[in-house]
Design a protein around this ligand. Structure first.
Ligand SMILES: Cc1cc2nc3c(=O)[nH]c(=O)nc-3n(C[C@H](O)[C@H](O)[C@H](O)COP(=O)(O)OP(=O)(O)OC[C@H]3O[C@@H](n4cnc5c(N)ncnc54)[C@H](O)[C@@H]3O)c2cc1C
Length: 466
């Protein structure tokens, strides 16, 4: 079988040696060690189709993998006899860019940062922005419907996709790469594959929306007494800037302390300590001066109303980047503090401050001296409610409490009418939760879709659907 794959894809595109496969089998958080028969790396859509047909003919299963930065194990195979990783890392051409039509067509393996750069080179803007943007690929972003820091103004990945090309479970190629803003001709099939976590087909290319490149930007770093005060400031900034408010990211004091300890060159932008902070970005289609004026007005209004303790407005691009760096490092720095039990939750925006305080008290009552680190996308009502182990505790013993802590947090999420996976997806990590978070009708419709598009369960068994 491996020599047949090599005949079809080329000898270098098929890996079966354990050492060669390791980068594809190791997951970012170290929660999973993957097991697979082989990794195949097609470089064209036709090769993907051939690889799918070949895999099916041997009765094997396909685990699609992009940049391998997913946080719920969806890209991790777990069967060394039957699972083939289909990596898109060689499917990496930017096919076309239409600057007047504001669209770009790229293959699934193009790294997100490259798309941002290509858009910028054409004086356009691609707003999807994640901490993993130097490694994650657009096919993975689409399949996980990634969120990130640009959702506030531009929406999730789903809102940025105009068309898709997909290889189906029988190897047929569906070319839906239409760059249309309007197209009411029946079911919008591309939506099925967005956020499907590789369970319905393999995304090989996408046509994406581009936007005018903002001509000006201002970033501020503000300190608050409570998440309620941060939310009040968000409302003021949104009222003034509307969709030009392009970022509002919450960081707790403990998160800042982690960055000072573990992020090289990190320093506190504000004097004194504040319980909560936010990185706030306002953009302008005209100039830096307009963005600065809006930010200054938002700060003054929030300060006068008693919501903001202190703030600093960036005085250079370097300082803007330094503020964002503090936020983007939040996932990374937690690794140095021992075990961390994660939650990627959303609740209605107005309820988020209450949720944060209630969930923090609840986990502290569950595990004495554990350290809640709730951070992230306050403006989207999406917080990464992570819980670090108590200082000096045994990491494994703490992580053994994962399910118990999850239950405490998820019960509060449910009481607030929220979701237990706001942006990272379900993958293998949360598949067991599906019967508890979806109604029978929803699960039945999802299973029917799966049976229709992938009757033999070729794509990503074990992920998403229990
Ligand atoms: C430091 C860090 C910060 C992060 N920040 C964010 C954030 O702010 N917001 C956010 O949403 N996520 C975030 N993530 C999670 C992750 O980066 C995103 O989920 C990303 O979209 C995954 O892309 P990937 O290419 O790495 O996909 P992978 O991890 O390789 O795969 C993810 C899922 O998509 C499937 N898949 C991949 N490619 C394809 C394809 N071509 N066709 C069909 N299925 C496919 C896989 O089978 C898997 O189920 C972060 C991760 C890290 C490590």
């Amino acid at each position: 079988m491996l020599s047949e794959f090599k005949n079809v894809l080329g000898a270098n595109a098929v890996l079966s040696n354990q050492d060669d496969m390791q980068p594809y089998l190791r997951e970012w958080r170290g929660l999973y060690q993957g097991k697979a028969l082989a990794v195949v790396r097609p470089s064209t859509t036709q090769e993907v189709s051939d690889a799918v047909k070949l895999t099916v003919s041997y009765g094997l299963k396909i685990i699609p993998q992009g940049g391998n930065t997913g946080l719920v194990g969806g890209q991790m195979p777990d069967d060394e006899k039957n699972h083939i990783i289909l990596s898109t890392d060689r499917l990496n051409a930017i096919r076309t860019l239409d600057s007047q039509g504001n669209s770009i067509t790229v293959e699934a393996g193009v790294v997100l940062e490259r798309i941002q750069q290509a858009a910028s080179d054409a004086d356009r803007f691609f707003p999807l922005s994640l901490g993993s943007q130097g490694s994650c690929q657009i096919g993975g972003n689409i399949s996980s419907n990634a969120g990130g820091t640009g959702v506030l103004a531009y929406g999730n990945t789903r809102d940025l996709v105009l068309g898709l090309e997909v290889v189906l479970a029988d190897g047929r190629i569906w070319n839906g790469l239409r760059a249309l803003r309007k197209n009411n001709t029946g079911y919008d099939l591309k939506q099925l594959f967005i956020g499907a976590e590789g369970t319905l087909g393999l995304v090989t290319a996408a046509t994406l929306k581009l936007f005018p490149k903002p001509k000006g930007k201002q970033v501020a770093f503000m300190g608050f007494e409570s998440p309620h005060a941060a939310l009040a400031t968000l409302n003021i900034a949104q009222g003034l800037a509307g969709s030009n408010l392009t970022g509002f990211e919450l960081i707790p004091r403990i998160g800042m302390e982690y960055t000072y300890r573990h992020l090289e060159g990190a320093r506190d932008p504000l004097e004194g300590e504040h319980p909560w902070y936010a990185v706030i970005e306002i953009s302008s289609g005209r100039s830096d001066a307009e963005a600065e004026a809006l930010m200054a007005e938002a700060f003054e209004m929030a300060f006068d109303a008693g919501h903001v303790n202190d703030a600093v407005l960036a005085n250079s691009l370097t300082q803007q980047d330094a503020f964002w760096r503090l936020r983007h490092a939040m996932s990374e720095v937690q690794k140095f503090e021992g075990g961390s039990i994660k939650h990627d939750v959303s609740v209605p925006v107005s309820k988020m401050p209450d949720f944060i305080l209630e969930a923090s008290e609840a986990v502290k009552a569950t595990i004495t001296n554990c350290r809640p680190v709730p951070f992230g996308h306050l403006g989207d009502g999406n917080i990464h409610f992570n819980v670090s182990q108590p200082i000096g505790a045994d990491k494994d013993a703490f992580l053994a409490e994962w399910d118990r802590v999850n239950t405490v947090v998820h019960d509060i999420v449910a009481a607030y009418g929220g979701s237990v996976s706001a942006e990272h997806g379900i993958g293998r990590l949360k598949a067991k939760l599906m019967p508890h978070i979806k109604s029978d009708v929803e699960l039945d419709m999802m299973r029917q879709m799966k049976r229709t598009l992938d009757p033999d369960g070729v794509f990503n068994p074990g992920a998403l659907l229990p």
